[in-house]
Ligand binder design. Structure first.
Ligand SMILES: Cc1ncc(COP(=O)(O)O)c(C=O)c1O
Length: 386
């Protein structure tokens, strides 16, 4: 299972000890021909798994017809993807702006909130992850010690503790442009908020004329078993960002907004060369169609319930999260459980919490895969893990 980098790649990522050369369904094939059950989905991206015939066909067909055109011209597939996404999204989020990454979507959302309110503070939540670009990193917990590295944040930021409604109320005032929150904190280890706290974010924004931004880069497009986390909690945002699962592996992201906010945005105030490219839009439209036509939201709900029922075993003591964004609490270090599982042919992920292992599987996962995971976790009981 060895894998090696090259001296020409920056050594930013510690490499896992295998090299995937192909993928099919929920499995990856490595160099030696071994198949690995992928419960990590390339950081929550592979929503339809690998080699999905409809997705690959849609991308190929679009590549043959029109590989690229900019946002200066009408491209029918872009309109169709926007219509499909707006119909899939919570009611009221009628306007779509396509970009390329979660960070870029958040960057634009934060700017809109600050400009629309003419205020200068954003309230974020401790342990949040919103990306590595300047504005997104400013609202990312602990970023200054890791990758933020800019001499100052581009606006004021206040962090509030998770689930602390009193602290949230105290933090938001007439200088608050908006609150940004992930409905389930992904990188933090699939931490799910109380319903009361999520509802309070909306109330506090209404009371202070601030804007609620839901960062659904990781939770969106069905990962929680509902179209978005906004639907799971019944919380209506003013701005919603999404990426990862959206293109099923084709790089893309989107910012969704209300008509009211869209009306404030002047021509030329946002832009993106590649955002909304035809290939991305063909992927987005197809991913959403497959989720609906193959009833994948229900599948995520049902298989997630199976995971929660059957996989609290071996080194796992409990679980948090929702749908297919699940945090498995481990007694040994999560990294050692991940490594042991990988040895046995199952790929999982770690998180910012050293004792939480993350599952972000494709939405096509089935019961037999859950049984294999449960059985493999049981087997780890007899292994010395740190
Ligand atoms: C909740 C959340 N927001 C934003 C981002 C940044 O997205 P990207 O890496 O596409 O810029 C991530 C990435 O993990 C994320 O999980």
């Amino acid at each position: 299972m060895m894998s090696q980098g090259t001296a020409n790649l920056s050594e930013v990522y510690p490499l896992l000890p295998f090299e995937p050369v192909a993928g099919q369904g929920v499995h990856l094939k490595d160099q030696s021909g071994r198949w690995i059950l992928d419960l990590y989905g390339g950081h929550a991206v592979a929503s339809l798994g690998y080699g999905h015939p409809r997705l690959t066909k849609a991308i190929n067909k679009q590549a043959e017809r029109l590989l690229f055109q900019s946002n200066l011209v009408t491209v029918r597939i872009r309109n169709e993807a926007a219509d499909k996404l707006a119909a899939f999204a919570p009611e009221g989020l009628t306007r779509v702006f396509f970009v390329n990454s979660g960070s870029e979507a958040n960057e634009n959302a934060l700017r809109i909130a600050l400009q629309a309110t003419s205020r200068s503070t954003i309230v974020a939540v401790e342990h949040a992850f919103h990306g590595r670009t300047a504005a997104a990193a400013a609202v990312t917990w602990g970023a200054e010690n890791r990758w933020y590295g800019f001499p100052q944040t581009p606006f004021n930021v206040k962090f509030v503790p998770r689930n602390d409604i009193a602290a949230l109320r105290a933090a938001v005032d007439d200088d608050t442009a908006g609150i940004i929150i992930e409905p389930v904190q992904g990188v933090a280890g699939a931490f799910d908020f109380s319903l009361e706290f999520m509802k309070a974010t909306r109330d506090v924004c209404d009371q202070n004329k601030a804007i609620l931004i839901l960062d659904e880069v990781q939770t969106g497009v069905g990962r929680l078993g509902t179209p978005f986390g906004a639907d799971l909690y019944g919380v209506q945002p003013d701005l919603l960002t999404t990426a990862k699962a959206l293109g099923g592996g084709f790089p893309c992201a989107a910012l969704l907004m209300t008509d009211a906010l869209a009306a404030d945005i002047g021509a030329g105030s946002m832009g993106s060369t590649f955002g909304g490219g035809p290939l991305a839009c063909a992927a987005i439209k197809t991913v959403l169609e497959v989720i609906e036509e193959d009833n994948l939201l229900l599948q995520v709900q049902e298989i997630s319930a199976q995971i929660k029922k059957k996989c609290v075993c071996g080194p796992i003591t409990s679980m948090q999260g929702a749908g297919f964004l699940i945090g498995l609490k481990t007694v040994p270090r999560a990294a050692s459980v991940r490594d042991a599982l990988l040895q046995k042919g199952i790929l999982t992920g770690t998180s910012a919490d050293p004792h939480v292992l993350r599952l972000l599987p494709p939405f096509i996962l089935e019961e037999s895969h859950v049984e294999y995971l449960a059985q493999t976790l049981e087997e780890l009981n007899s292994e010395p893990l740190q």
